[in-house]
Structures are given as C-alpha cells and as structure tokens.
Design a protein around this ligand. Structure first.
Ligand code: MIC
Ligand code: SF4
Length: 645
C-alpha cells in the first residue's frame, strides 16, 4: 500500500498499537532534547527512575531559555543540568551556544529519525525530515529511559505546495497563511506533511520555520521529505553521511489536502493576541510601532539575518523604536560576523542580543506599556512579552526589518533593497560549546550538583473514587499554558522549585487563584475549547496538581497539555454536552462519583452540581495505559510500579 512519509517513519519505529488514526500508538524514540526551563524537572524525574544512562541514540540537554543569571538560581540550574548530562550520558550544549531547535537542526538532526523534545517547538526538526514531537519533561525522561512514547495515532494532512515565493515573501508568510485558515486548534491530532513541486525551492531553514510554527496549529508535528535541499544543508554542516533520501509514495493518500500556491503568498502579520489572527501585512500597514525583535527558534537562521541586514544596510532604524536581533546559534552569529552581516546590523542601530530565546519568552526586551511590538517569533499570547497590555504582531524578518526602518508596519515589497545574496555567509560547524557524554565508568562517578532552589519533583496521588470539590476558576476558550503557568524573568527561575512556582498559577488571569485553590484543599478547573494550548511546560499541570487541582473539565484539550495532566494524575474531562459549560460557574461545588470504575470500564462519569442540583455527563477518553497512569497517580508512580518497560 502506498504510504505517506509520516506512516513510513511511524512504521519503522512502531513499538505498540497501530497506525489507525485515533488509536493509541507507542513509538521508539531515537533522539531526545531538553532545554533548561523544562530540563531540570526532566532530569530529576529521570533520576527518580533509577536508570544509569540514557537508552537513546542521542540525547542533548540545551541551555537557552533562562540565561539572564539575575541571581544564583539560574546558574544553579545550569550546574545541575551539566552534572546530570555528565552523569547520564547526555550531550550538553552550553549557555550561549544557541536555541535548542536551531542547534539541534545544525548538529544532531537526521532524516527519518524520531526526536522527542521537552519543548513544543521540537517539530522544527521536521524541516530535516525527522518525526520530531514536543512533549512534557516526564515523557521525555521516560523516552530517555528507553520507554516508547505514547500518542494518539494522528491523521496525516497533506500540504501540496506549487510555485515559488515572490521576492520579500518568506517561509514565515507561508505558515501564517496556513494558520489563518487552519486556526490554533485545527491541527490537534494531525501531522502536516508537505509535498509537491513547490518544496524544491525551500531550504532546510525555511522548511524548519514552517514546521516550527506548525506547533501553533496544535499539530502533533509537521514534516518535509528529505531531498537535495536536505543533502545540501547536511553537507554545509559537514554531515552529508547523515543524509538519506525520504519521501511519501507517489500515490499516498492523505486525510485531506491543503493546496498552497507559493507565488500567491503575500507578507502576513498575526495580530494580537493569537498566532492564527493572520492577515496580509498591507491591511495593517502604517500602524505605528515602538519595537522590533528578530530571532527565536522560528526565524533566526543565517539567511533570516542576511535578508534583514540587506534591508538595513547603510540605513538607520527609526528613531522612535528599538530593534533587537538574536541570532539562533553561535554558528549563525559567527557566520554573520565573518560575512559582514553583523557589521551591517550593528551599524543600522540594531541591538545584538544573546543567541538564546530571550524576548520570545519574556526574558528582557519587554515592550513599553501599551506598546506595539513586531516580532519574528511564533507566539503573541497576551502578556507573554512581559508587558501585560502590549500588542505583539508576528511577522517575517523581511517585514520586521522594513518596519524597523520606517517606524510603522510596512509591507517589505514597498521598499527597495537588495536580496542579500552578496553576503555569502559560511556556516562553520564548531562543537566547542557542546560537551559530549563521558565514558560510563567516569559518568558513574559524577554526583549531581543541587543548589538550594532545586526542590524534588512532587508526585501525584491516585485518582479517588469520589471527588467533591469546587470549581476554582472558569476560563474561556484557547487558554494557553502561558495563562496557566506564566514564564518571564520573574517566574522562570522557579522552574525547579514547584512549591515556589505554584504561587503564580493563573496569576495574570486571577491573582487569587493559588490562594483559593490551597484554601479549598481539592479543586477543579473549568475550561473551554483547546484548553492548555501552546507550550509543553509540564509545570502547567505540576503546579496546579501541587495546589490540589484534581480534575480539569473542558470542552476540548490541546494534545501536550492533556498528556501532562494525565502524567501528573489530574483527570482531563470533557463535557459530553458542551452546553453544560454555560450552567457551570466558578465556586460551584461538584461531585464526581465512580471515577475509578469509570477509568476501568471506560464509562462516562455522572457529575452533579451541588450548587444548582444539575446532573451532567463527562468523559475522560482514557483507556489501558492512560487509565492505569491516572489510577496510579501519575506516570512516575506508574513507572515505579514496574509497569513501564
Ligand atoms: C515556549 O515557547 O513557550 C517555551 C518556553 O519554549 C515552552 C517550553 C517551556 O515553557 O519551558 C514550549 O514551547 O514548550
Ligand atoms: Fe525559545 Fe521562543 Fe522557541 Fe520557545 S518559542 S523555544 S521560548 S525561542
């Protein structure tokens, strides 16, 4: 039977279950990546599993999210991560070496391999024909321990590309165009596979921009074939031997096909505060801006910087605004320096920021109050920039650079500038900031370095048979993990200290949440559609669990967050009749009975709202392994019972 590329890779890694969309599936994981903000928990959990060394082909620990070192906590985390990498056979990419997804693409990614990363933008690797999936830290720890990764077998959606991009239109505009119609929840349970004659003209970094932001569709991942472009990219990294040709069979069938004629794509901007609110730039052209930021794992490749510099060369950024540029990796920064790109950026007035996530996760470069900021990033959720009332627009590097010159949102096609091909930047692979794993005997002698901010990971408790608890908070649709467990410079240093971090749960939406939850002892959260979209941070489950949240009732869930809730023993419940949402209010006391029986038998749960004496029906959608994890009180306890192979 003709196969999609997705199914070919899944079949080659099948460990459990089958590929029938919607059914549970376990796959072998070849590579893992962690970053510092999710990594400390992941290695604490790996330690709790009692395994000596990782059982993957390659595992890499990156430090890129919190590099500000405003006090001892940050460096303490880094030292812990470095010692854990040495202890468990993991590569360690040091602080300053670059953003995990960019560096992984450059140095470790291989076509046809599976990659599981404790970061939602792990699908960046799909640009290199890897099946690269984002997950919570605990799932990544389990994969490092050699366990299969469990997911719901996805539907494969084909994206058929024809034509080629017009000048000053770029890969970011392609994915923003797709987001505008597919929306931030359209990709849940799906893998987007790109094919067609249009892919030939797209380089690996351009493909990676598209697969990176496939995360914003809610998709399991996105995937490009491995072809001559892939070979050229690997050759530029002196890794040509890692290349294998890979593509879907000619007559492979897809659940649905989206047609995109690249020659018709125009510069796009996602309006505040959702990545899918994308419109042509010309519709918002002329709006005054105070800030421009170029970088993040979406748009920080050397060609992104070359296009930016070509536009800025010999000119100055508008006096009203501040332009920040964060190259994606040290390799990109060095190539920019050697080729003259960096000098042109500096001379234009750009502030060169560290090769790290930086402003993308609210670590500095926050906009002014009520400010309008143009960013080449992937998320513009309210408050994520560090300024609650700022307006963030997501755009391509070309649009960002053009607007940095004029001070207003500008369609780059309306300015004249050279393409940037004359820079000829050369990427010189240099692994000097990547510490390879130690020999096993030496690794066994390493002790983990734990600073005072590193608290043990709290464990969940088994789902009770009866739960009587209040609704602590009622939220709307598309609640993000940034809403649930915000990041930013004040909160990110607490990632390895759940009791301290729990104080900030929902703090931007409701500053009293943690207080109410603790006072209630046990509680329930009520959500709308696509609850928990966005990042992979398991802290958005772990910290509520610490506050006594036992169940989240929602209209629907985002994939990674639902898995994280299960991993920490919190029931993810959907309303059988979504209209019941309207009859529930914050403060209502709910009684949920027969929970364990329902987990065993897969039957619906009868819930009663004691406040208005209404009954309604809920489903958990769990069976087999996921039901058993909830019954055990989370994945760590489940593994502890020896049920995970
Ligand atoms: C993000 O972009 O939201 C993050 C910060 O990279 C997160 C991970 C985290 O919260 O540590 C993600 O995308 O998973
Ligand atoms: Fe870092 Fe931003 Fe990418 Fe997340 S989206 S990994 S914070 S650059």
């Amino acid at each position: 039977m003709a196969d999609t590329l997705t199914n070919k890779i899944l079949k080659a890694h099948l460990a459990d279950g089958d590929l029938q969309p919607g059914s549970p599936l376990g796959i072998r994981i070849d590579q893992t990546l962690t970053q510092d903000a999710t990594g400390t928990m992941a290695y604490l959990q790996f330690e709790a599993m009692g395994i000596n060394t990782v059982r993957t082909e390659i595992s890499v620990s990156y430090v890129d999210h919190n590099t500000q070192q405003t006090d001892y906590r940050n460096m303490d985390d880094h030292r812990f991560l470095q010692s854990a990498a040495a202890r468990y056979g993991v590569y360690f990419s040091r602080h300053g070496n670059g953003i995990c997804h960019q560096v992984h693409l450059e140095r470790f990614g291989k076509p046809g391999k599976t990659l599981l990363g404790s970061d939602s933008h792990t699908p960046t690797g799909g640009g290199l024909a890897m099946l690269a999936i984002g997950a919570g830290g605990l799932d990544v720890a389990a994969a490092m321990a050699g366990a299969p990764f469990y997911l719901t077998a996805p539907q494969v959606v084909g994206v058929y590309l024809t034509g080629s991009l017009q000048p000053r239109v770029s890969a970011k505009d392609i994915i923003l165009t797709i987001l505008a119609t597919e929306t931030v929840s359209g990709g849940v349970g799906k893998i987007y596979e790109y094919f067609g004659p249009g892919i030939k003209s797209l380089t690996v970094p351009e493909r990676a921009t598209i697969t990176n932001m496939g995360a914003e569709l809610g998709a399991t991942t996105s995937l490009f074939p491995s072809d001559e472009q892939t070979k050229a990219f690997l050759a530029s990294q002196q890794r040509e031997t890692d290349w294998v040709p890979l593509q879907a069979d000619e007559d492979a069938s897809y659940a649905r096909i989206i047609d995109v004629d690249l020659s018709k794509v125009v510069p796009m901007a996602a309006l505040p505060h959702m990545p899918d609110k994308a419109v042509p730039v010309e519709e918002v052209a002329g709006l005054e801006i105070q800030q421009v930021a170029i970088g993040s794992c979406t748009n920080s490749s050397i060609s992104d910087l070359a296009h930016t510099a070509a536009l800025l060369r010999g000119k100055k950024v508008h006096p009203r605004l501040s332009l920040g540029v964060a190259p994606g990796s040290r390799q990109v920064l060095a190539a920019a320096a050697r080729s003259g790109i960096l000098a042109d950026l500096i001379e234009s007035g750009a502030r060169i920021l560290e090769s790290a996530c930086g402003p993308c996760i609210g670590m500095g470069f926050a906009p002014s109050s009520g400010g309008r900021s143009l960013r080449t990033f992937n998320r513009n959720f309210k408050g994520r920039s560090g300024t609650a009332d700022a307006e963030i627009y997501l755009v391509s590097p070309e649009t960002a650079a053009a607007s940095a010159l004029t001070g207003v949102i500008t369609d780059p096609r309306t300015l004249s500038f050279e393409a940037g091909e004359d820079y000829h930047p050369v990427m010189l692979p240099d692994d000097g900031m990547i510490i390879p794993p130690l020999e096993p005997a030496e690794a066994a002698r390493v002790t983990l370095i734990r600073g005072p901010n590193i608290a043990p990971c709290p464990a969940g408790s088994p789902v009770p048979d009866r739960l009587e608890a209040p609704v602590i908070l009622k939220t709307g649709d598309n609640i993000t993990t940034d809403d649930i467990m915000p990041a930013g410079s004040a909160i990110l240093p607490l990632r390895s200290n759940i009791p301290a971090m729990a104080e900030y749960v929902f703090t931007h939406l409701d500053s009293n949440f943690s207080h109410r939850a603790k006072a209630a002892g046990e509680g329930i959260i009520l959500g709308g559609e696509n609850y928990g979209q966005g990042s992979s941070r398991e802290h958005a489950a772990l910290a509520p669990m610490y506050l006594g949240i036992r169940a989240v009732i929602a209209k629907s869930f985002a994939r990674i967050h639902r898995a994280n809730l299960i991993n920490f023993g919190i029931l993810p419940l959907t309303m059988d009749n979504p209209a019941d949402y309207d009859a529930l209010e914050q403060g209502d006391i709910l009684v949920l009975e027969g929970l364990r029986h329902s987990l065993e038998k897969g039957t619906p749960i009868q819930a009663r709202n004691l406040t208005n004496n209404r009954f309604f029906s809920l489903s958990h959608g769990c069976a087999g392994r996921t039901a058993a994890i909830l019954q055990a009180g989370g994945l760590l306890r489940f593994v502890g019972r020896g049920k995970e192979k």
